[in-house]
Design a protein around this ligand. Structure first.
Ligand SMILES: NC(=O)c1ccc[n+]([C@@H]2O[C@H](COP(=O)([O-])OP(=O)(O)OC[C@H]3O[C@@H](n4cnc5c(N)ncnc54)[C@H](OP(=O)(O)O)[C@@H]3O)[C@@H](O)[C@H]2O)c1
Length: 297
C-alpha cells in the first residue's frame, strides 16, 4: 500500500533502529528510508543484518548494519557511536528489539523473566541513555534547532492481562513507563520527543508466528469481536507520523495500533435483544416498590 505521507517527510534524517533487520523493525526501516531517511540497524545476527541492508540498498536506501546486543552497554555505546561516525548525525532512535516466547507463569524461571526484561526494558533504556548526547538539542551532529525523536515499540498485552505472557507484559509495561518518564524529563530538558507504539497482532512477523500459530489465530478470530490482524505497514505508518514533523506536538504518547483489539471481548447479548431486554427491565423497575430499604444494617 502506498504511503499517505510525502516522500521527503524524513528527508536528511538518520535513524538507528534496534531490531531493524526483521519483522516490524525492518518495515519501519524501509518506510523511513522511502521517506528520505538514512538507516542504521542493530541486531545480533550478522547474516540477518546483511540481508536487511542489501534489501534496503536495492530500494536505494542508504543503510548500514551493526552487530550488537542491547543487553550490553558497551555494544549499545559502540553502535550509537558508529552510527554517528558513519552518518555524522543521529535524529531518530527506534527501539524494536525484543525477546518473546509462550510460557505459563508457573513454568517460567526467574532467569527467563529477567532475560526478557533485560532485552525489552533495560535494553530500551540503555539505548536511550547512549543516544541522548546526540539527540539533544544542540548535540553533536544536530543541524536543526530542535532535539531528536525516540520511538519505543511496546505492546498492548499489559493493558489487561495476557495468557502465558507475564514476562513480556511486565517488560512492555516498563517500556511504556520509560517512554513517559523520558518524554517528561528529556522533552523538558533537551527538546527530545519520546513516544511509543503499541502494536496489536501483526501478520507475517516473527512475533506472531512464534506466539500465535495458525490454528490459534483462527480460533481467536471466532472469540474476539474486534480480532483482525494488522500489517507491518500499519505500524510503520504510525512510526513515520510520530517521527516526522506531523507529530511535532506529540510527546509522551503511546499509540496503540491494533484496530481496537485490546478492547475486544465477547458480546454477552445479541444486538437485537438489547432493546427488548432493556424495555423489560425498565418496566420491571417502574412497577417495583420504591423507598423501602432492603438492608438490615
Ligand atoms: N509481531 C507482533 O504481532 C507484535 C505485537 C506486539 C508488539 N510487537 C513488538 O514489535 C517489535 C518487533 O516484533 P517482531 O514480531 O517484528 O519480531 P522480530 O522480528 O523477531 O524482532 C525482534 C528483533 O530484535 C532483534 N533482537 C532481539 N534481541 C536482541 C538483542 N538482545 N539485541 C539486539 N537486537 C535484538 C532481533 O534480531 P537478532 O535476533 O538478530 O538480534 C530481531 O531483529 C518487538 O518489540 C515486539 O515486542 C510485535
Amino acid at each position: 500500500m502506498d504511503s499517505p505521507f510525502k516522500d521527503d517527510a524524513l528527508k536528511g534524517k538518520v535513524a538507528l533502529l534496534t531490531g531493524g533487520g526483521s519483522g516490524i523493525g525492518f518495515e519501519i526501516s524501509t518506510q523511513f528510508g522511502k521517506h528520505g531517511a538514512s538507516i542504521a540497524i542493530m541486531g545480533r545476527r550478522r547474516q540477518a543484518l546483511d540481508a536487511a541492508v542489501s534489501a534496503l540498498a536495492s530500494l536505494g536506501i542508504p543503510a548500514i548494519g551493526f552487530e550488537g546486543d542491547v543487553r550490553k552497554p558497551e555494544d549499545a555505546r559502540r553502535v550509537v557511536e558508529s552510527t554517528f561516525q558513519h552518518y555524522g548525525r543521529i535524529d531518530i532512535l527506534v527501539n524494536a528489539a525484543a525477546g518473546n516466547f509462550l510460557v505459563s507463569a508457573e513454568d517460567l524461571s526467574p532467569n527467563g523473566f529477567r532475560t526478557v526484561m533485560d532485552i525489552d526494558s533495560v535494553g530500551t533504556f540503555t539505548m536511550c541513555h547512549e543516544v541522548l548526547k546526540y539527540l539533544k538539542k544542540g548535540g553533536p551532529g544536530r543541524t536543526s534547532s530542535s532535539g531528536g525523536v525516540i520511538l519505543n515499540i511496546s505492546a498492548t498485552l499489559h493493558y489487561t492481562a495476557s495468557w502465558y505472557q507475564i514476562h513480556v507484559s511486565a517488560a512492555k509495561a516498563a517500556v511504556d513507563a520509560t517512554t513517559r518518564n523520558l518524554a517528561l524529563e528529556w522533552g523538558t530538558d533537551y527538546d527530545i520527543r519520546v513516544n511509543g507504539i503499541a502494536p496489536g497482532p501483526i501478520s507475517d512477523t516473527p512475533g506472531m508466528s512464534k506466539l500465535v500459530p495458525e490454528e490459534i489465530t483462527n480460533k481467536s478470530m471466532d472469540h474476539m469481536t474486534l480480532y483482525k490482524l494488522g500489517e507491518k505497514w500499519d505500524i510503520a505508518m504510525a512510526a513515520v507520523y510520530l517521527a516526522s514533523d506531523a507529530g511535532k506536538y506529540v510527546n509522551g504518547s503511546i499509540l496503540p495500533v491494533d484496530g481496537g483489539h485490546w478492547l475486544s471481548r465477547p458480546r454477552h447479548l445479541p444486538k437485537d435483544a438489547v432493546k427488548q431486554l432493556s424495555r423489560a427491565i425498565e418496566k420491571k423497575s417502574r412497577t417495583a416498590p420504591v423507598g423501602l430499604p432492603k438492608s438490615k444494617l
